[in-house]
Design a protein around this ligand. Structure first.
Ligand code: NAI
Ligand code: MG
Length: 498
C-alpha cells in the first residue's frame, strides 16, 4: 500500500472492483478526493484504489448512521434477523468472488484460507440472523403491586475498526451482532485490505435501509482517530494491535462509551510426552496458522515441548511443515501465501534475523526469505522454528505476526505452566495429551480466553471469544457476546396499585 497516483492500477479478473465507500446508502469518494492504492502483496502491484477518508468523511458517515438509527431500532427484531439471513445467502451465492478478492488483497491462500473465510462470513450472518428473538429482558419479582422488567436496547451508532488479517470475517463479526441488536454502524476497513469488506457492504446494502451500515476506507490515525473520538459514537468495537487498542480505550474513556477490544496474542502450546504423534504435529501446524503466514491473533506461537520428545517432535514438525507449498495465493496448489505488506514483511524478517544471530537459539528449520526466484516477487516468508531453553527473549515474548515459532523445552509441569502464563497476553492456548485429566488441569491453569485441548482450530459462531490480560476486553462471537457488547439494559418499574 502506498500513496498511489504513480502506480498503474491493474484489476484482476474474478475479483471485486470497488465503487467508493458506503455512506448513507451511496458510493462516494473522500471529501478531499484523495485515494489509497490497494496492493497485491504476492506481486507488489496495485490492483485497485479506494477513497482516503478523513474527519469530514467520518462526520458524514456518522450523520447518516444517526439518521438511520430511530427507524432501524424500531424494526421488529425478527424482521432485522430475516434481513441478516438474506444477506447470508447473498454472500454465500457470491462466495467465490469474495474469496478471490480476499486472497488477492491479503495474500492469504485461496484454497487453505480465503475460501474458508468467505464461507465463514456467510455463516456469521446466518448465526446472528437466527438470534434476533433472543434479545430478551427479564422480569424482577419486586412484589405483587409492582411490575419491574428489563429491556435490551441498542446503543446507537457503533464505531468499528478492523484489521486486515481476516478482514471480511472480522467485519462480519461486528456488523451482524450490532445490527441484529438494533444498532447502526460506521466501520473503518483496514487500509491494507478494504476490497472484501466493501464487497460485503455492497451485498449488505441491497437489503439494509440506507445509513444502517456505513463503511469508510482510510488510514488509522487519519480516519480511525476521528471515528474513535466522534461525539455521536455510542460504542467502540476494535480488533487489532494492543498498542492501538490502548488508544481506542483512551478515546472511549474521554466520553465514557463502552468499548470492546480484540487484541494481540502470544499463545502457548503445551505438549506432553504422550503426544509425540502425527495428529499433534498436524494440530500444532494448524494452531500456529502456518497456512495464514501466522498472521493470526490466535496463533500458538510459543511451543512448549517436553524434553523427552523435544527432538523427535521437532523432526516430525519439520517434515510436515516443509512439505507445505508456498506460492501465489490465487493458485489452487498453494498452501501458504504472503505477508500483507512491506512493513510487516520487514518486521518478520528482523525477528528471523535476530534469531539467527542469537547464540543460545538454534535454528530448527526455515530462515530468511529467498532473495531471488518467484518468491522474491512478493512478501513471501518461510515457516521458521527456533529452539531455545528460555521464554525470556524477544522472539518468545512479542507478537511477531509471521511464521516464526519458538520451541522451548520443559521437564516440570508447574514450570511449563508458569512459563506459559508469563506473558502480558492471554488470548488463546493449546494443550496436547491423551490424559484428559491432565489436559483439563492445564486448561484451567492457563490464563487465556480460549484453551483448546488436542485441536488447533479457529473460532466458531456461538463461542464467546476474547482475551484475558492485554489481549482484550469483552466477547463478541456469541449470543452472550451480542447481548453484552451491543445492547444496554434498561429497567422499567411500574406501580400496579394506581
Ligand atoms: P493496527 O492495530 O495498527 O491496525 C488495526 C486497525 O486499526 C486498522 O484499521 C488501522 O487503520 C487502525 N488504526 C491504526 N492506528 C489507529 C489509530 N491511532 N486510531 C484508530 N485506528 C487506528 O495493526 P497493524 O499496524 O496493521 O499491525 C501491527 C501489529 O498489530 C501486527 O504485527 C500484529 O502484531 C498486530 N495485529 C493484531 C491483530 C489481531 O487480530 N489481534 C490484527 C492486526 C494486527
Ligand atoms: Mg499500525
Amino acid at each position: 500500500m502506498s500513496m498511489t497516483e504513480t502506480k498503474p492500477t491493474t484489476p484482476v479478473a474474478g475479483t471485486y472492483q470497488p465503487k467508493g465507500m458506503l455512506i448513507g446508502g451511496k458510493w462516494v469518494g473522500s471529501a478531499s478526493g484523495a485515494r489509497i492504492a490497494v496492493e497485491n502483496p504476492a506481486k507488489r502491484t496495485t490492483v485497485a484504489e479506494v477513497p482516503r477518508a478523513a474527519a469530514a468523511d467520518v462526520d458524514a458517515a456518522v450523520a447518516a448512521a444517526d439518521k438511520a438509527f430511530p427507524a432501524w431500532k424500531a424494526v421488529v427484531p425478527r424482521e432485522r434477523g430475516k434481513l441478516l439471513l438474506k444477506i447470508a445467502e447473498a454472500i454465500q451465492a457470491r462466495s467465490e468472488e469474495l474469496a478471490r478478492t480476499i486472497a488477492l488483497e491479503t495474500g492469504n491462500a485461496l484454497r487453505t484460507q480465503a475460501r474458508g473465510e468467505a464461507n465463514m462470513t456467510a455463516d456469521i450472518f446466518r448465526y446472528f440472523g437466527g438470534l434476533a428473538s433472543e434479545l430478551k429482558g427479564e422480569t424482577v419479582p419486586l412484589g405483587e403491586h409492582v411490575l419491574s422488567y428489563t429491556r435490551r436496547e441498542p446503543l446507537g451508532v457503533v464505531g468499528a475498526i478492523i484489521p486486515w488479517n481476516a478482514p471480511v470475517m472480522l467485519a462480519a463479526l461486528k456488523i451482524a451482532p450490532a445490527l441484529c441488536a438494533g444498532n447502526v454502524m460506521v466501520m473503518k476497513a483496514a487500509e491494507d485490505a478494504p476490497l472484501g469488506v466493501l464487497m460485503m457492504a455492497d451485498i449488505c446494502q441491497e437489503f439494509l435501509p440506507p445509513g444502517v451500515l456505513n463503511v469508510l476506507t482510510g488510514y488509522g490515525a487519519e480516519c480511525g482517530g476521528p471515528l474513535a473520538n466522534h461525539p455521536r459514537i455510542a460504542k467502540l468495537s476494535f480488533t487489532g494491535s494492543t498498542e492501538v487498542g490502548k488508544v481506542i480505550m483512551r478515546a472511549a474513556a474521554e466520553r465514557i462509551v463502552p468499548v470492546s477490544l480484540e487484541l494481540g496474542g502470544k499463545s502457548p502450546s503445551l505438549v506432553y510426552p504422550d503426544a509425540d504423534e502425527d495428529w499433534a504435529v498436524d494440530g500444532i501446524i494448524n494452531a500456529m496458522r502456518f497456512t495464514r503466514q501466522s498472521q493470526s491473533c490466535t496463533a500458538g506461537s510459543r511451543l512448549f515441548l517436553h524434553e523427552d520428545i523435544f527432538d523427535s517432535f521437532l523432526a516430525k514438525l519439520e517434515k510436515k511443515t516443509t512439505a507445505l507449498k508456498i506460492g501465489d495465493p490465487l493458485d489452487e496448489a498453494s498452501d501458504i501465501g504472503t505477508i500483507i505488506n512491506n512493513k510487516q514483511f520487514t518486521k518478520v524478517c528482523k525477528y528471523v534475523d535476530e534469531g539467527l544471530k542469537r547464540s543460545d537459539a538454534q535454528l530448527v528449520f526455515g530462515g530468511l526469505p529467498p532473495k531471488t526466484g518467484p518468491l522474491s516477487e512478493g512478501y513471501f516468508t518461510i515457516p521458521t522454528v527456533f529452539a531455545d531453553r528460555s521464554n525470556d527473549w524477544r522472539l518468545a515474548r512479542e507478537e511477531i505476526f509471521g511464521p516464526v515459532l519458538v520451541a522451548i523445552r520443559w521437564s516440570d509441569e508447574a514450570e511449563a505452566i508458569r512459563m506459559a502464563n508469563d506473558s502480558h497476553y492471554g488470548l488463546a492456548a493449546y494443550v496436547w495429551t491423551h490424559d484428559i485429566g491432565r489436559g483439563l488441569r492445564a486448561a484451567h491453569a492457563i490464563e487465556s480466553g480460549w484453551v483448546q485441548v488436542n485441536q488447533g482450530g479457529g473460532q466458531t459462531p456461538g463461542m464467546s471469544y476474547g482475551g484475558f490480560k492485554q489481549s482484550g476486553l469483552g466477547r463478541e462471537f456469541s449470543l452472550e457476546g451480542m447481548l453484552d457488547s451491543f445492547t444496554q439494559r434498561k429497567s422499567v418499574t411500574v406501580n400496579l396499585a394506581v
